[in-house]
Every structure is written in structure tokens, then in C-alpha cells.
Design a protein around this ligand. Structure first.
Ligand SMILES: C[S@@+](CC[C@H](N)C(=O)[O-])C[C@H]1O[C@@H](n2cnc3c(N)ncnc32)[C@H](O)[C@@H]1O
Length: 229
């Protein structure tokens, strides 16, 4: 697994990926984070391996370079299928080219599609999203509010409500695609989107104590187990 990951990382066009993530000096910024991406990705991969059953399927939403080690671990070490989605087409292309160069196209492909399309088509026993509902490109106001970057007097309430309904729709689609019992891996900020859905359908849940740091956005992620109603 380590050798495969090293080969994929070596094949990444870091300059192009840096431009996707950062406005300036992106390549240097990402290369500096590479050891953390590997180390924290391995921790996340192990944490998933301790929870998720072999032979299951994960739907990852907004997955990027930060999740790459964990996604490969799921497939190669834990015998699972992974569907990874991300609306940034350029990032998907860069990661897919690196996976292909390392001979891993059959293990993992990043799909530049709205996760709602994938969720509608099949059942998953795990949904993963790291810093999805706080994405400033997709929902600028939700992101500002979640990170405390906007003063109440500045909030455009109607735009905020529209963003919240859109995000709620995504949370509902992901929750509906989850088999029960099933796992959700997400950050503390994002858990309420799913807990609202659980409450609406009367499903119970367990929130695990363990948290794992993440390399890019920095929001630690935890694990929710959704149980039967
Ligand atoms: C802030 S980034 C986080 C990226 C990565 N998870 C990380 O932590 O570094 C949010 C990502 O969610 C993706 N995204 C937003 N809405 C999505 C949707 N409906 N389906 C798939 N990806 C989505 C965006 O394209 C973006 O790549």
C-alpha cells in the first residue's frame, strides 16, 4: 500500500494541483503539506478499517488529495469499493492521471459529478465528507457562518436560506443512500446536517469519541454510526 501511494504521489502534477487549491505559490504550499497528507490520511484509513466491513461500498463527497491515502487504503487494504465525487473537474483530472500512471485506475477514479447523481443510483454502507458543507465555493454564506467570518448585520438572510435548502437537499440525498446500520465520516461542523436527517426519519445514532485530524482544511473528522429507527 505504501509503495502504491508513493507511486501515485510521485505521479501527481503538483503545480497544477497547487493552482486548484491556492491562488499563489500553490505547489510549494501543497508540497509542504504532503507529509501531513500521508500521515493523517493513513490515520484516517486505519480508523475506517477498524469500523467499516470488508466488501462494503463508500460514497465520498468532495474528496480531494487530502482523502487520497484513506481512499486507497479502503480499496487496497480493506477490500472495499469506493466512489469518490468532487465538483472540481481539474482536481479529478489531475488525480485520475496520477492514479492511471501508477496503474491504479481500476482501484480508484475520482468522478467530477454531483454526488446526488451517484446517491440516487445505489446503496452505500458508508458516506464520507470532509469540509463539504463548509465549502466556500459552493455555499459561501454557509461557510462564512460556520467559520464565524460574517457579522450578523451583513448576512443576506434570503441567500443564506437558499444555500441552506440546497445543502439540506444534498444531506437528505446522502442520508437516503446510506444502508442501516451505516457509517458517516465527517467533521464536527457538518454532523448536524446528518443528525437532522436522522431525527426526521426517527433513526438513532452513535457518535464515536475518536477524532482524526485532516491535512488540508484542518477540520478534524469523526465517525457517526446510523442505526435502525
Ligand atoms: C472545501 S472543499 C474540501 C475538499 C477536501 N474534502 C478537503 O478536505 O481538502 C469542498 C469540496 O466539495 C465539493 N462539492 C461540493 N458540493 C458537491 C457535490 N454536490 N457533489 C460532489 N462534490 C461536491 C467541491 O467541489 C469541493 O471539492
Amino acid at each position: 500500500m505504501k509503495q502504491v501511494l508513493d507511486e501515485v504521489l510521485a505521479a501527481i502534477d503538483w503545480r497544477a494541483l497547487g493552482d486548484v487549491y491556492f491562488h499563489e505559490a500553490g505547489e510549494a504550499e501543497l508540497r509542504e503539506r504532503q507529509p501531513r497528507i500521508v500521515e493523517l490520511g493513513a490515520e484516517l484509513g486505519s480508523a475506517l478499517g477498524r469500523r467499516l466491513p470488508r466488501g462494503g461500498r463508500s460514497l465520498w463527497v468532495g474528496a480531494g488529495i487530502g482523502e487520497l491515502p484513506a481512499l486507497l487504503a479502503e480499496v487496497l487494504e480493506h477490500g472495499r469499493e469506493v466512489v469518490a465525487t468532487n465538483l472540481r473537474g481539474a482536481e479529478c483530472d489531475i488525480l485520475n492521471r496520477a492514479l492511471a500512471a501508477a496503474g491504479q485506475s481500476s482501484s480508484l477514479v475520482y468522478r467530477a459529478v454531483d454526488a446526488r447523481e451517484v446517491a440516487a443510483a445505489g446503496a452505500f454502507d458508508h458516506v464520507g465528507c470532509v469540509s463539504l458543507f463548509t465549502d466556500p465555493e459552493t455555499w459561501p454564506l454557509l461557510s462564512d457562518v460556520a467559520y464565524g467570518r460574517i457579522a450578523p448585520v451583513q448576512l443576506d438572510v434570503e441567500r443564506f436560506a437558499a444555500e441552506r435548502e440546497d445543502a439540506r437537499g444534498l444531506a437528505r440525498a446522502l442520508f437516503d443512500a446510506l444502508a442501516r446500520p451505516g457509517w458517516i465520516t465527517t467533521s464536527a461542523e457538518e454532523a448536524p446536517w446528518f443528525l437532522e436527517q436522522a431525527t426526521l426519519v426517527g433513526a438513532s445514532y452513535d457518535a464515536d469519541d475518536e477524532l482524526v485530524e485532516t491535512a488540508i482544511v484542518g477540520d478534524p473528522v469523526g465517525f457517526l454510526q446510523i442505526l435502525e429507527a
